[in-house]
Design a protein around this ligand. Structure first.
Ligand code: TYD
Ligand code: MG
Length: 458
């Protein structure tokens, strides 16, 4: 069918995926500047479009009361951490897009799921040969005899295989390698990604099969392809972490079937990814000796409380301009906290180099970790260790006031569960906290009060 069509160029917006006949500086659809790029497409004839397996029967509008909600029974993936992020498992007919940097473990995670699922899975890889996948599966140890592999990028061949195999779950690694013969542009181009996702989506909706698509991300951390890709799918997951660390975090940035506040934690080992069920234990250390510059914060990732270590080093600046560096923490927020320490706490920290590191390679955005960060910095500055069994949960305001961290009771009970002896929280928070009697709750309203308690004698 492609032989009769004539080739033509079109311009696609990188941001919204719309197609235009000519180049413009600004996309008329989404007003993004400089987002149109040229791609070669084949003008599809109407028949080619018609082969798309979408049923075109006309539909009638219905009142809500007459709509019967099919109990969407979820398919458990075999990994509780993943299920929780998905909102309770895979929903039939839904499309999940899993994005992440190269080498972070997307293929490993999906292959593990394919091996763990009790149903027929079709794993399509456009990136790796069947031998490579087999080798990886052997490394993971667990084999699902009902998992079929296919090395194919042409979506028409894939659709015909899908009709033959009729899998219960479909995995595509990756959407950027797929190629629809309907279009002449290269795999990974905006028009191809849009078309291929559309074809996979029609398959998912028509057969009520859950589909997991793996997606590449660009240098700046966005999913490669048109933004519209994220609108098309039901769930967008991001797999992230520091490649030098073993921990990997799974977050959802969009979920039509669950909350986007959940977080899954995995650890990459020699035999694949393992779930980290008790993150606080691995993110804090217990040393024989007491070290200065370490403070433990009770933080919240999504809705999950966990304790994490902030490590800091404060030293005299060797060069003219003091260095500030933060790993896993926003540098601007660190600078803000240092300014507060200088101005409100009266500590001459402006001329010091300050290094901050959050344990485990995690990236923390929770402002409730502020107090732990400041305590770690002060501990290093004064070279005095923070007493063992102490943790912190409070946000710091610009006047040096301590503001309550969100869901403070969950943080306190997590600290109590892990055997911490005392926690510093803001005195402006809820007042009924004293019921937890297993650990001492120290309520403070100003930074100075914290230091007076921690570093008495300094
Ligand atoms: P991979 O799943 O190929 O990443 P992606 O699909 O996101 O590009 O993961 C590759 C990395 O994981 C690779 O550097 C090797 C490492 N790895 C392990 O450490 N242990 C294992 O058991 C496996 C399968 C991979
Ligand atoms: Mg891969």
């Amino acid at each position: 069918m492609a032989t009769k069509s004539k080739s033509k160029k079109a311009y696609f917006c990188k941001s919204c995926g719309n197609e235009f006949a000519q180049w413009m500086g600004k996309c008329p659809a989404c007003n993004e500047w400089n987002s149109l790029i040229e791609e070669l497409v084949i003008k599809e004839d109407k028949q080619a479009r018609g082969r798309a397996p979408m049923k075109a029967e006309s539909k009638k509008a219905l009142p809500l009361s007459e709509i019967h909600r099919e109990e969407n029974e979820r398919i458990p993936t075999g990994y509780g951490e993943l299920d929780r992020v998905l909102g309770g498992g895979l929903v039939p007919g839904s499309i999940v897009l899993l994005g992440g940097e190269p080498g972070i473990g997307k293929s490993t995670l999906t292959l593990q799921v394919a091996m763990e699922l009790k149903s027929k899975v079709l794993y399509i890889s456009g990136e790796e040969s069947l031998q490579q996948i087999k080798m990886r599966a052997e490394r993971l140890g667990n084999m699902n005899p009902a998992c079929l592999l296919l090395n194919e990028v042409n979506t028409h061949h894939i659709l015909s295989q899908l009709e033959e195999v009729r899998p219960d779950v479909l995995v595509v690694d990756s959407i950027q390698t797929l190629y629809s013969p309907q279009l002449d542009s290269t795999p990974g181009s905006i028009s191809q990604i849009r078309e291929c996702t559309g074809e996979m989506m029609r398959f998912a909706k028509e057969t009520s099969t859950p589909v997991i698509l793996i997606g590449h991300i660009t240098k700046d951390g966005n999913l490669a392809g048109p933004k519209v890709l994220e609108h098309m799918v039901d769930t967008v997951l991001h797999f992230e972490g520091d490649r030098n660390h073993a921990y990997r975090l799974l977050r959802s940035t969009k979920n039509r079937f669950g909350s986007t506040h959940e977080l899954g934690i995995f650890e990459m080992a020699g035999d694949g990814l393992h779930e980290v069920l008790d993150p606080s234990k691995v993110l804090t250390n217990s040393f024989e000796e007491e070290y200065s510059g370490i403070a433990v914060g009770a933080m919240l990732e999504g809705l999950r409380p966990m304790l994490i270590e902030a490590q800091s080093l404060v030293s005299s600046a060797v060069y003219g301009t003091p260095q500030r560096s933060a790993t896993g923490f926003d540098l601007r927020r660190l600078n803000m906290l240092l300014a507060v320490l200088e101005k409100r706490g009266g500590f001459k920290i402006g001329a010091k180099d300050v290094f901050l590191n959050i344990a485990g390679g995690l990236r923390v955005e929770d402002p409730g970790l502020d107090l732990a960060v400041v305590a770690a910095i002060m501990s290093s500055y004064l070279d005095m260790a923070i007493p063992e069994g102490t943790c912190f949960a409070a946000e710091i305001g610009l006047s040096g006031e301590l503001r309550p961290a969100s869901r403070i009771s969950q943080r306190v009970s997590e600290a109590a569960k892990l055997g911490y002896k005392r926690i510093y929280i803001s005195s402006y928070g809820p007042q009924d906290m004293d019921k937890e009697n297993r650990l001492q709750i120290i309520k403070v309203s100003r930074l100075q009060d914290v230091f007076a308690g921690l570093f008495a004698g300094a």
